[in-house]
Design a protein. Structure first.
Length: 411
């Protein structure tokens, strides 16, 4: 079960119905393709199964991609790693053109046990192609080699430069729908291919996202509308904190930061607007950032996320240590129970300070709930973009830096 409890009240107004009409129109226009990814995955899963059946002795799936081509997949893999079968391949990410981390990863894998997935929606992402070249030289394997097509595959737009490269050298191509932007693409081939190959239950993942989709367009998720209105209409609270109580959410926080920042930080005419995302991990950040939330400027909202039933019930030993007896706990308290109670106690303290606060609780951190959670935040992002009256799905500010870089280093 997925529950979302709001500890603030935003009454329904004519703006709520106006927002519903806007997102319904956006959905029906077919201009934004992520809305239908959860119900369009059957053909993709069959294609992955057919291609994957021909792979032999694969121990590593290596994603070469950056931003929207890797963050969502990484978020889901981290959340669901405990569900992964031990005999399935491990998933690695080459996502930063950092020579130290690239070398470390490549030293840990063997070519004949690995599949490299080049993921770039445009097909011309500089970092992705540069890392791919480093991999080729490291393993002394190049496009003209017959073995190359058994080690590399691509995930991209149909007809992109990378797709043409794949066709030239006999590589398998999987396609991201043209109306799906990179940071909204995790439930497309960009995420489903590597996660499926690693043994993640992507059928359940898509089912969870489909349930969220059905609930939302069936008008059963009014919390989303209230949160979007609170974040965009209530003045002065434009920093949105995701306080996630488990290390499994660390990469999910990073995905959220990209989704929120790149989608909602825009120019509207000459006006600069946007919402600032912050990802925190509980209970670690109770000892750092929480102080700012409690007593700093009231320019923040906080969403707490926790898992009710965690994958391990490790007990805190019932032993007493001399001089530090005052932090002894009751017999039988588990680490998971302590973490969850810390989340609840921290949340109550934040609510008492009058901060806009809500809580998301997942019954378990399984593929179904992960799919629901991903889709939930994508919908929330779209709603906020509509209220801010911006284009949620472009990123012109990022493109400027890319042009400057190519002008300096390109041939």
């Amino acid at each position: 079960m997925f529950t979302n409890t709001l500890y603030f009240d935003i009454p329904s107004t004519p703006k709520t119905e106006e927002l519903w009409n806007k997102i319904s129109a956006e959905y029906k226009s077919n201009a934004v393709g992520y809305y239908d990814l959860p119900i369009n995955g059957e053909k993709l899963l069959l294609d992955i199964g057919t291609w994957g059946a021909g792979l032999r002795n694969i121990k590593n799936i290596v994603v070469i991609g950056v931003g929207g081509s890797s963050l969502g997949t990484k978020a889901l893999y981290s959340m669901l790693f405990c569900e992964k079968k031990s005999d399935m391949p491990n998933l690695y990410f080459l996502e930063n053109i950092d020579p130290v981390s690239i070398k470390k990863t490549l030293q840990n894998i063997k070519l004949d046990e690995s599949i490299f997935l080049l993921i770039s929606k445009s097909g011309t992402t500089l970092d992705t192609i540069s890392i791919a070249k480093i991999v080729m030289v490291h393993f002394d394997i190049f496009p003209h080699d017959k073995y190359f097509s058994r080690r590399f595959a691509v995930i991209t737009d149909n007809g992109s430069a990378l797709n043409k490269f794949a066709n030239e050298y006999g590589l398998k191509s999987f396609f991201i729908p043209k109306n799906v932007g990179g940071r909204f693409s995790v439930l497309s081939a960009a995420g489903i291919v590597p996660l499926t190959l690693c043994g993640i239950d992507t059928i359940k993942l898509l089912e969870g996202a489909a349930e969220c989709r059905s609930n939302f367009f069936g008008r059963k998720l009014d919390t989303l509308f209230k949160k979007a209105l609170a974040y965009t209409v209530k003045s002065g609270q434009n920093i949105n904190i995701l306080f996630s109580y488990s290390d499994i959410f660390r990469d999910f926080n990073a995905w959220f930061v990209q989704l929120w920042a790149e989608s909602l930080g825009k120019k509207r005419g000459e006006e600069r607007i946007g919402l600032t995302p912050v990802g925190l991990i509980g209970a670690i950040d109770q000892h750092s950032f929480l102080q700012l939330v409690m007593e700093g400027p009231k320019d923040k909202s906080v969403t707490f996320i926790r898992v009710e039933n965690m994958a391990d019930d490790m007990q805190i030993p019932d032993i007493s240590l001399k001089y530090i007896e005052k932090v002894n706990l009751k017999r039988g308290v588990s680490a998971a129970a302590l973490l969850n109670e810390q989340a609840v106690a921290t949340m109550k303290s934040v609510v008492n300070e009058g901060v806009i606060t809500d809580e998301i609780v997942l019954t378990t951190a399984d593929a179904y709930h992960a799919g629901y959670l991903i889709y939930y935040f994508e919908l929330l992002t779209s709603l906020c973009g509509l209220l801010l009256e911006i284009n949620t799905y472009n990123q012109p500010g990022v493109e400027i830096g890319k042009r400057i870089l190519l002008n300096k280093l390109g041939k």
